[in-house]
Ligand binder design. Structure first.
Ligand SMILES: [Zn+2]
Ligand SMILES: [Zn+2]
Length: 989
């Protein structure tokens, strides 16, 4: 086969009929501005064609379900191998999938525990032992000569009953004596016990005096006793020579704890499976969590009094039964409604939440202006919520109650997911639950040190080898801070992708073409090197590795780079360079390559001349200890651009997203979010709101798009409704909505696409045949503004629309906010579901820019550079800097050194990930951080040195004027007047 992948005439999306040769079995990076066509080339052309050829090779039967796979718009591709895409989609939505199960490491752990685990009693903690019949015989013969022993077969242990039939049965088998609750008795006809008491019953199988030559008899009796006693027997020493202790000795073929009488079945890998009824904790079915009412959600703000609505489920006191109850309880327990809940005693709060048991209260209730008195118990708010949750017929009531509940660790298994006996097995002194909760780096260290004895060493060795290898692959892709118990669906896209990459390396496939989308997302520069090594490892196995990436290091490490551009959307889609990274041309056919310019340092993101110190006020969070956080105080100088950084797993997200943000959202917006534990926060009075601009989608259905989300579409519909043609026909703005009946195409209910349900395959969306994807009915489309129908407008990119609507200031202003965040290339009607996380985040940022600000807002952004080219990052930073110039505070969680270096104040978490992280190891200016020996400090030092070497004659960045973007009559988000079942268009077929 040719040593190259040969592509001729690729025209998918915005690709400009490109020809391209890509070397095989190399590490190839495809780069370019956002929207320049990288994904169109890598995924929609190369991967899609590879997939399609694979499908063609399947049977006709399989193909009939796959007929929808369209040939990508390309003349010719040669040199393709089987293609595997390692995408950023979450690996699994299944709540039972964990990092351990998707990497198969948990399967090896189960095997290891079943074959080489040591059993302990979960009752007494004793080591459990099992013995062969010969060992049992040896054990009995080892008593000193002359010892008197009774061999007993236990048949009942600690159970109630009269056991008349049992005694009859034993007698029929020829036995005459039993020991009942420790007393030897002869079996008499009709014998029975007190049926309401618990009993221990053992059959006397033999009575012996230990001496030479007894082995044949003992062997026979032991076999009989074990048969009768289901594998267990008791050798009761009842007398003998001086010094012999009179007591029972239990012997068992099973894993057995003589003290508690507990015995375990032979373990199998299923014993340790939380997805199997043999292993799963019966209380939580192996999920490890249960729905519980969370007291912190009932009292979200303990500084409030009951009168102020401090009990969130109840709100402010009014004439309802539960408040009458509470008043009576308050009187007896000595509190009132005007004391902050934080100042009540532990006991007083407990009675509010958990009730007062059987205690009766005199409750005065006003009913139709009459006072009614009752004697009544008080069950507490937790019971009140559960009662509502379980008994109400109303969905909204149920939802209300559910809002105060959270997934909490299961009380039976403590989150270990397994039955108690499975959790009591140990390897190297640790239970399987302890191992899956260790971070992967610690787990790897554990498996380096663990040792086994004797035969177990031979059994364990190959299993441990597999586990070590798989853990190494995971550590190499930089996810050493995760643990095996982590739910797969809670992983970020980048984490899922890296785990899939590690798994792929483990499969040792060769001759495959792997396509990856930005694997460096969310990685600290420290981990980037190892990621690059992993990709090289994949290549060295004999695979072609194609990576869509913006990261400088990754581009410089590639064997070959394909640079697309020069711009985005219609201005992109050309190959500006296809060469090893050092030989990328700056100019091709008169187009300048921004990538080459940045790589050569002819363009770069400038380090600011000076760092802002802020407005003198600070916000300080004390004692945050959630997850791995160690409680160091976090101080934010307000009015500055702050970057929180640190290696993956160091605690950035726990600190900012899960502690700081929920506190602020609760305080300013009454949001129902629960922060991780913290002591206190100071300085709230210096900000007036908090806005989290995250990467979650701007809408979950193909009906949402940038125009509806930013409110832009409202203006556009108003404009269309005011056109003479619309007025003549009596069309109002609703006519131009695709979410309500009237103007839209009813075949697809305005979606422009319809959903095909594909049996065992994922649903497929196809263009609506009636409107050809135009979303509207023909009458609506006849109304035109400057020759364009409403559907034409939705097809425009932001840049095109900007020119088109230049005469309509409020539309133009909205469009400029989108343009200013570097989204000029997206189409107004582009389905929200097709926007990347980074694009969704910037749409949200654009929406914020058009709101009149107060200059005292705290903006929080998590990894905003995801998916951004150097040039896009420069745009983004300009916007963030503009927000800070207005007096606001911008807090960004980021590893990207281009962002770290321009921040006014950097907070570095670490020193490492997982348990070895959680400290604030540095806070101050980037220059000061560069002098530190933290992971970030070392990389920042290099970056600042690189910037210092670059020529200083670059043009000054333009300053973005926010005031020109703000609209005074913001319409807000478009109403989504859609029924659930209409969301994605009507199903057909
Ligand atoms: Zn459980
Ligand atoms: Zn339609």
């Amino acid at each position: 086969m040719d040593e190259r992948i040969i592509i001729r005439g690729a025209r998918e999306h915005n690709l400009q009929n490109i020809d391209l040769d890509i070397p095989r079995e190399q590490l190839v990076v495809i780069t370019g501005l956002s929207g320049s066509g990288k994904s169109s080339l890598a995924f929609d052309t190369i991967y899609a064609e590879g997939q399609r050829r694979y499908m063609e090779s399947l049977s006709a039967y399989a193909r009939q379900f796959l007929g929808m796979m369209e040939r990508p718009d390309v003349d010719f591709i040669d040199g393709l191998s089987p293609v595997i895409a390692i995408e950023q989609k979450t690996v699994s939505r299944n709540p039972r999938s964990t990092v351990g199960t998707v990497t198969e490491i948990y399967d090896f752990l189960r095997l290891l525990f079943a074959r080489a685990g040591e059993a302990y009693s979960y009752v007494t903690g004793n080591r459990m032992r099992k013995q062969s019949d010969d060992e049992i015989v040896d054990g009995i013969l080892a008593f000193p000569e002359g010892t008197k022993v009774i061999l007993l077969a236990p048949v009942v242990k600690g159970r109630k009953g009269h056991y008349r039939e049992l005694f009859e049965q034993i007698a029929r088998q020829g036995y005459e004596r039993v020991r009942v609750d420790g007393t030897l008795r002869e079996i008499e006809p009709g014998m029975k016990l007190d049926r309401y008491k618990t009993h221990d019953i053992e059959v006397v199988v033999d009575r012996l005096v230990i001496k030479e030559g007894l082995r044949p008899r003992v062997s026979q009796s032991v076999e009989a006793a074990l048969g009768l006693g289901s594998g267990t027997l008791i050798a009761a020493v009842v007398g003998g020579p001086e010094g012999v202790e009179v007591r029972d000795h239990t012997f068992s073929r099973h894993l057995y704890d003589p003290e508690s009488g507990l015995s375990y079945d032979e373990p199998s890998p299923n014993t340790f499976s939380f997805n199997s009824p043999y292993g799963a904790c019966p209380e939580c079915n192996g999920l490890g969590t249960r729905q519980e009412v969370d007291p912190d959600l009932i009292i979200p703000n303990p500084e409030r009094t009951i009168a102020e609505g401090g009990l969130a489920p109840l709100g402010k006191p009014r004439d309802i039964w539960i408040f009458s109850q509470l008043r009576a309880v308050a009187e007896v327990y000595g509190f009132d409604f005007d004391t902050p809940l934080a100042d009540l005693t532990e006991r007083q709060r407990a009675v509010i939440l958990e009730g007062a048991g059987d205690e009766q209260f005199d409750i005065v209730y006003t009913y139709k202006n009459r006072e009614v008195r009752y004697q009544h118990r008080f069950g507490g708010l937790i019971q009140h919520l559960w009662h509502t949750y379980e008994n109400t017929g109303s969905a909204s009531q149920r939802k209300w109650a559910e809002a105060f509940m959270r997934q909490m660790p299961c009380r039976a298994c403590g989150g270990g997911r397994l039955k108690p006996e499975a959790l009591a097995y140990r390897v190297g002194g640790r239970s399987i639950a302890e191992l899956v909760q260790m971070d992967l780096a610690s787990l790897r260290a554990f498996f380096e040190a663990v040792s086994f004895e004797g035969q177990q060493a031979r059994i364990a060795a190959p299993i441990v080898k597999e586990i070590r290898e798989r853990l190494d692959f995971l550590l190499n892709v930089g996810v050493g801070y995760l643990n095996l118990d982590r739910a797969a669906r809670s992983l970020s896209g980048g984490e899922s992708q890296r785990i899939r990459l590690a798994t792929q390396i483990g499969t040792q496939l060769t001759g495959v073409l792997y396509v990856l989308d930005e694997p460096s997302i969310g990685l600290h520069p420290r981990d980037n090197d190892r990621l690059i090594d992993s990709l090289r490892q994949l290549r060295d196995l004999g695979n072609s590795v194609l990576v869509v990436e913006h990261d400088r290091e990754m581009i410089e490490a590639a064997d070959f780079v394909v640079d697309l551009g020069p711009g985005a959307g219609e201005k992109g889609g050309r190959v500006l360079g296809a060469a090893p990274p050092t030989r990328l041309p700056l100019q091709t056919d008169g187009h300048t390559s921004l990538t080459a310019a940045y790589l050569r340092g002819e363009r770069h993101i400038r380090v600011p001349q000076e760092r802002r110190t802020g407005n003198g006020h600070t916000l300080t969070l004390h004692g945050a200890t959630g997850h791995n956080l160690k409680g160091d105080p976090l101080t934010l100088p307000l009015g500055t651009f702050i970057c929180v950084t640190g290696v993956s797993g160091s605690g950035k997200s726990s600190l900012v997203n899960q502690t700081l943000y929920p506190i602020l959202a609760q305080h300013f917006h009454n949001a129902r979010l629960t922060p991780l534990p913290y002591d206190r926060i100071e300085g709230l009075e210096h900000i007036d709101k908090v806005i989290d601009i995250d990467q979650s989608p701007i809408g979950r259905t193909p009906r949402s798009n940038p125009a509806t989300y930013t409110g832009l579409f409202t203006y556009i519909r108003d404009l269309f409704a005011q056109l003479p043609e619309a007025k003549l026909r009596g069309y109002r703005p609703g006519r131009f909505s695709f979410n309500v009946k009237g103007g839209r195409c009813e075949a697809c209910k305005g979606a422009g696409i319809v959903k095909l349900e594909m049996n065992f395959l994922p649903d497929v969306y196809v263009e609506c045949e009636t409107c050809k994807g135009r979303r509207y009915n023909p009458e609506t489309l006849q109304v035109r503004y400057k020759g364009a129908s409403i559907a034409d407008v939705l097809e425009m990119t932001v840049s095109e629309a900007l020119a088109f609507f230049e005469a309509v200031p409020r539309i133009e202003r909205k469009l400029r906010t989108l343009q200013s965040v570097g989204l000029g290339y997206i189409r107004l009607g582009q389905q929200a579901t097709t926007l990347s996380g980074g694009e969704a985040q910037r749409v949200k940022l654009a929406k914020e820019l058009s709101r009149p600000g107060t200059g005292q807002t705290l903006y929080i952004l998590d990894e905003p550079t995801t998916g951004l080219h150097f040039e896009d990052i420069r745009h983004l930073l300009n916007v963030l800097k503009a927000l800070v110039r207005k007096g606001n505070t911008v807090l960004v969680i980021e590893h990207n050194l281009d962002v770290v270096k321009v921040a006014d104040h950097v907070i570095d978490l670490g020193p490492d990930g997982g348990e070895a992280g959680g400290h604030i190891v540095f806070a101050g200016t980037p220059e000061a951080l560069a002098a530190q020996e933290t992971h970030t400090g070392r990389f920042l030092r290099e970056e600042l040195a690189r910037c210092a070497r670059l020529r200083g004659d670059l043009e000054e960045d333009e300053e973005l004027d926010l005031d020109a973007l703000i609209g005074d009559d913001d319409p807000g988000e478009e109403e989504d007047a859609v029924d659930e079942d209409e969301e994605a268009g009507a199903p057909v077929g």
